[in-house]
Ligand binder design. Structure first.
Ligand code: ADP
Ligand code: MG
Length: 691
């Protein structure tokens, strides 16, 4: 036994089988695991605050005596305990309490309590504070330390975790943790060693600077943050290395398919499209699997680039699989690609979860024997019984909707002879640079940073929903002038049923109000063929107005639509709104977006809608979203697993990202170090090898 990793938590006092099982749920088995269960914040209980100096939102300790204790009936029954010190009063309020509590809190009783101050009906109040009767004297200021607060799971409380960590610290003295960061680097950044850092964050000494600890800026915390970011980076680089251990078919840009395709387009590629295409071409011609992310704002023309990549694969006799996150989007791609590629003699197949029975068997057969050169569909393409004859390239559109694990599952679907397919991933969510650097470290990135010429800016207006009638008139005018419009119904409850219902009601109302217009309705609960029929009718101009749920969020492309109304935009994230708005502004006409909110708007809501009104630049908007809502929102929920840090905070710690990105590749060669760091920080959460 020579490392904390080999010592089980059961050596600690009070840890029996039951508690060990609870700890295991937090991923804690060894003492080292326990010590890497880090406090995510601190409470300052080092001093008593005079009640008279409290303000709303303050968090702190007060001490005084009970003036009176009342049972208050009101809307919700509560126990109201008034406390007094020399400077003022404060109330502790409990909505859940028992008789014993009520009986203890009698007049004159001394109480120390800790909580957050809120405005209440009886002045400043603490709701459900932690409290202590007849408190012992406060520790001497010179001895007082911050109280660490740990992430918990059911069945374990703060004081228990605190005391276990304190016990584990005693072992740390005898069995230091192995430091995997290069010593030179610690010196450069003036960071402490790992054991010192771990000890400090669990038990900050009395003289440690309170402010920097509370803000997560203490060198001990920053040392751990940087190690955590590094571990995440290494895990992604390892995914990449694992994929690239396999060879790929080199796909050569020969043959005349490309030229014929380009001739058939009614436009020329933009400089940005050409640049990105040349990066892709270069990658595809290598015997190593391409792993490339193409970012491009809404409408920048990613689809054509994908088609040209597909042609390079087909030219070389390989198959292409293209996957989109929704049925609508996949179908739209299928239609586009069919129109583009079938005239060139290329056979396409369609596969979604809704293709069943005989039809499915036929399609699977065409994929397996290579008759279909390209197959387009939803994640149904991942299913086990889908086998390719010679899969050379996988294209994933709007990747932020897929989890990284799904993406990696594709590596199993390689061509014959253990060859891995090239992967082209396209996202319409512009990803802020820092975030891209850390969340997509396994991918090379290309950016289409230019829109096709002639695009008119979209004018965005923000209006309250009591202007609904005016807005309906505006729709009427636009449609009568030959334009088309979207009306998007949103609901925050992710219940699809409710969303669809809201859309149905709205469509009904709009049909009544606008009898001279042809109004269509599309939502997630319609059957596949029905959805396609309606989308096609809208595209063909047979419908004037399309009422929709957020199913049209990504990719839908109808250039004649130049007006979009979005209901309740205050409930959506900025990136999602930007996507929705991107449904218009695709043609020659000037376009409009009406954000019809339900008042009152919160300050935050106002700021977000304002950002959208001011800017049409997806990167700017994504930066704002990152600031306001964090990386999970920018990347989409499925992917947040990647970005759940123990200690690191993306905004606060983004200064490290550049350094970590430079350091990681240099460390990759040291497998022992890489394994240890990944296991230490990511534990069992991510087993890339298995996906
Ligand atoms: P996105 O990047 O959002 O997926 P699309 O690929 O759907 O964008 O392209 C948006 C629209 O712009 C489509 O109608 C497409 O045909 C058109 N388009 C793409 N590239 C160009 C170009 N270079 N010049 C003019 N129009 C283009
Ligand atoms: Mg697209």
């Amino acid at each position: 036994m020579n490392s904390l990793d080999d010592i089980q938590v059961t050596v600690l006092k009070g840890v029996g089988a039951a508690l060990a099982a609870t700890l295991a749920k937090l991923g804690i088995v060894s003492l080292q695991d326990l010590l890497f269960h880090l406090p995510h914040r601190y409470e300052d209980r080092t001093r008593i605050t005079p009640m008279g100096s409290l303000g709303v939102g303050d968090v702190g300790v007060v001490e005084g005596e009970v003036v009176k204790t009342d049972l208050v009936m009101g809307r919700r029954r509560s126990l109201q305990v008034s406390l007094r010190d020399q400077s003022g009063f404060v109330v502790m309020r409990f909505f859940h309490f028992n008789a014993a509590q009520k009986n203890q809190l009698t007049e004159g009783q001394r109480v120390r309590c800790y909580g957050e101050v809120r405005p209440g009906r009886a002045g400043y109040e603490f709701y459900h504070p932690e409290y202590q009767l007849n408190p012992p004297a406060m520790p001497d200021q010179s001895q007082a330390t911050l109280t660490p607060v740990y992430p918990l799971t059911e069945g374990i409380q703060q004081p228990r975790v605190r005391s276990l960590c304190q016990q584990a610290l005693a072992y740390l003295k005898r069995y230091p943790i192995r430091d995997w960061l290069p010593a030179g680097m610690l010196a450069d950044y003036q960071l402490p060693g790992i054991s010192e850092a771990v000890a400090l964050v669990h038990a900050p000494p009395a003289d440690a600077p309170v402010h920097s600890l509370m803000a997560g800026q203490h060198p001990a915390q920053q040392r751990l943050v940087m190690e955590e970011l590094l571990a995440h980076q290494l895990s992604l680089l390892r995914v990449r290395a694992q994929i690239q251990e396999r060879k790929a078919l080199p796909l050569l840009p020969s043959g005349d398919l490309t030229g014929r395709f380009l001739d058939s387009l009614h436009f020329r590629l933009t400089g940005a499209q050409q640049q990105v295409l040349s990066e892709i071409r270069q990658d595809l011609s290598q015997p190593l699997p391409m792993l490339r992310l193409v970012q491009g704002d809404v409408g920048s023309g990613k689809t054509v680039v994908a088609a040209l990549a597909a042609l390079q694969a087909i030219n070389s006799g390989a198959q292409v699989a293209m996957m989109a996150p929704t049925e609508i989007l996949a179908e739209q791609h299928f239609n586009n690609f069919s129109q583009w590629l079938e005239p060139l003699g290329i056979k396409l197949a369609w596969l979604s979860g809704k293709v069943k029975g005989k039809a499915r068997i036929t399609v699977i057969g065409q994929i397996a024997d290579g008759e279909a050169a390209m197959v387009i569909g939803t994640h149904a393409l991942f299913q086990e019984d889908v086998a390719f004859d010679r899969l050379g390239l996988v294209i994933v559109d709007e990747q932020h909707r897929f989890g990284v694990h799904q993406r990696l599952a594709l590596k199993q679907k390689g061509a014959a002879d253990e060859l891995a397919p090239h992967q082209l991933i396209m996202t319409a969510t512009p990803i802020p640079r820092t975030l891209a650097m850390s969340a997509y470290a396994d991918l090379d990135t290309s950016v289409i940073d230019e829109l096709p010429p002639g695009r008119k800016p979209i004018e965005t207006v923000v209006l309250p929903d009591n202007r609904r009638e005016d807005i309906i008139e505006r729709v009427q005018q636009a449609c009568q002038a030959g334009r088309q419009a979207y009306w998007v119904c949103t609901l925050i409850e992710e219940s699809e049923a409710l969303q669809c219902q809201a859309a149905e009601v709205t469509a009904e109302h709009l049909r009544e109000r606008l009898p001279e217009l042809k109004v269509g309705l599309v939502h997630g609960r319609l059957k596949g063929p029905e959805k396609v029929r309606i989308m096609q009718a809208f595209k063909d101009g047979a419908l004037d107005l399309l009422v929709a749920t957020t199913v049209i969020e990504v990719g839908v492309d109808v250039p004649n639509a130049s007006l979009i109304i979005i209901e309740n935009p205050e409930r959506l994230g900025l990136a999602q709104l930007h996507q929705l708005r991107g449904r218009v502004g695709r043609g020659e006409e000037a376009s409009f977006c009406v954000l019809m909110y339900h008042p009152p708007l919160s300050q935050n809501g106002r700021a977000r809608l304002q950002a959208l009104r001011e800017s049409q630049d997806g990167f700017f908007i994504a930066e704002k979203d990152l600031e306001i809502r964090g990386p999970g929102e920018v990347l989409g929920t499925r992917q947040t697993g990647m970005m759940q840090f123990r200690l690191a905070d993306f905004e606060r710690d983004k200064g490290w990202i550049e350094a970590v990105r430079e350091l990681a590749p240099a460390l990759m060669g040291d497998h022992q170090r890489v394994d240890a760091l990944i296991r230490r920080w990511l534990g069992d959460r991510i087993r890339y090898g298995d996906v």
